[in-house]
Ligand binder design. Structure first.
Ligand code: FES
Length: 477
């Protein structure tokens, strides 16, 4: 929407921003450009409504104290979501967690001479008189739309859960694996000093519980500036394992996908979904560790996006494993057969970042958008509202994961001077076997940037014996 010479995009009703003080915004233009911002909501006043019943109203937001700034630091690209906000002579500044450069929240100016992009925030009344928040859009595109709005938080119950969800054990204690005492979250010897080192450590961590804890820890260190180096340009960046390390019992339980059987009951479905999420944690770390060193031009925003994805997948795994434990204590995570089809696709694409983004994020994850609503409906019909709440969180996050896949797939296509739609279809033909199946969730795919011309009438032509060899390796045959 254009106001004067400036374009604004609608972000949210004002009152819905009261849950958190920072929000991550992702915008996409009609030309396919992405722009990530952080919305800072700095203070709030409690006010008393003048209504006759004198009920105390929810905390009201101070409209003058909302700011929007680019999500990565213009110096070396630190994630600004955890920037300190400080007051100085000239006004309020966001202080970058990596090297402490400060940027004026209104102008983006810094004493160092660098300038961050900031965006005007406007609060307007909609047709029914409700206040809504609008943010000025970047200049390098038109018709920007908001494709992601989420609170900045490392809490696993994020967005704020309905009351029933708060009793879930989100630390994954239901997992059967026992974490040896010496396996501390940060190893006492050889503690990682770069994001790449954390990624490889996590890929080599067999216990799902410890994998989740290390993911939370590493992402926290990275966001808060306690880990200042990504390390992908270092000649000594560690190599990820071909296959993430798994516990013995897990390997014994890994079977051909065709032998997992139809997921008939809720426990089996939750177990299967938790297994997918465990692989998904590894996929998020693997894409950083495997392709970072091969692509030194990858900007820090790539690593911020996939670190966020790793954290999401950890959250999903924990929530699902906890639901499974609550619903069926006799079949905790790890006790039922699992398959490794996701990692087969990871192996097929291990030589190409472009193929990895296409197959894992724009075929597998996009398929998740198609099937999730039906799965949620099955749990709803069974009266399991706790699982419905968990699955709704998973689904909303996964729309943003496909968006991330689309963002970086179009980025690499632009770097290589190729057309994204044509290239996606070529990658699918090369690295996928059989039809790209519908029925499709067109609406959520479109939200994530996947227009129909990407995937309709598309069939993979990969030979069938490739999968068999790959599966045998994963199953340790
Ligand atoms: S000051 Fe932000 S990355 Fe250096």
């Amino acid at each position: 929407m254009r106001s004067g010479s400036t374009e604004y995009v609608l972000v949210s009703p004002l009152d819905q921003l009261s849950s958190h003080s920072r929000f991550f915004l992702n915008l996409r233009s009609a030309e396919g450009e992405y722009n990530a911002l952080i919305l800072f909501r700095l203070s709030a006043n409690s006010v008393r409504d003048n209504a006759a019943d004198e009920d105390v109203q929810p905390e009201r937001i101070d409209k003058q104290q909302i700011y929007a700034m680019e999500a990565t630091c213009p110096h070396l690209g630190a994630d600004m979501s955890h920037a300190d906000i400080e007051e100085c002579d000239t006004g309020l500044v966001a202080v970058c967690p990596w090297h402490r450069y400060d940027f004026d929240l209104r102008t983006g100016a810094s004493e160092t001479g660098l300038k961050a992009c900031t965006y005007a925030v406007d609060v307007r009344h909609d047709e029914s008189g409700h206040e809504t928040v609008w943010v000025e859009t970047p200049e390098n595109g038109t018709n920007w739309r908001l494709v992601e709005l989420r609170p900045v938080s490392e809490e696993f119950a994020d967005p704020p859960p309905p009351p029933d969800l708060t009793r879930l054990n989100v630390t994954g204690e239901s997992c059967q694996s026992q974490v040896a005492e010496e396996d501390s979250v940060a190893p006492k010897e050889g503690t990682p000093t770069t994001l790449m080192q954390w990624a490889v450590l996590i890929l080599n961590t067999p216990s799902p519980k410890l994998k989740v804890e290390r993911t939370r820890h590493a992402v926290h260190l990275f966001r808060t500036g306690q880990l200042k180096s990504i390390g992908h340009r270092s000649t000594s960046a560690p190599r990820p394992p071909d296959i993430p390390v798994r516990e013995e019992a897990f390997i014994r339980n890994t079977v051909d996908p065709g032998k997992v059987g139809k997921r008939k009951n809720q426990a089996a479905m939750l177990h299967a979904l938790a297994n997918i999420e465990q692989w998904a944690i590894d996929l998020a770390w693997d894409i950083m560790a495997r392709y970072g060193p091969e692509h030194p031009d990858l900007p820090p925003a790539f690593f911020s996006d996939f670190a966020r994805m790793a954290l999401d997948e950890s959250k999903h795994f924990s929530l699902l494993a906890s639901r499974l434990a609550a619903l069926s204590p006799t079949t905790p995570y790890g006790s039922l057969p699992v398959h490794a089809s996701l990692w087969e696709s990871a192996r097929v694409t291990s030589n190409s970042l472009r193929a990895r983004l296409a197959i894992i994020h724009l075929v597998h994850e996009a398929r998740g958008l198609d099937v999730n609503p039906g799965t949620i409906e099955k749990f709803r019909r069974a009266g399991d509202s706790d699982s419905v709440d968990v699955l709704n969180i998973v689904h909303q996050d996964e729309v943003t994961h496909v968006t991330t896949g689309h963002r970086w797939f179009t980025w690499i296509c632009a770097q290589q001077g190729v057309d994204p739609v044509k290239t996606f279809r070529e990658e699918v033909k090369r690295c996928w076997r059989g039809d790209v199946k519908g029925p499709f969730n067109f609406a959520d795919r479109e939200k994530a940037g996947m227009t129909r011309n990407f995937y309709e009438d598309l069939k993979g032509e990969m030979p069938s014996d490739w999968n068999k060899q790959s599966q045998e390796k994963i199953m340790g045959a």
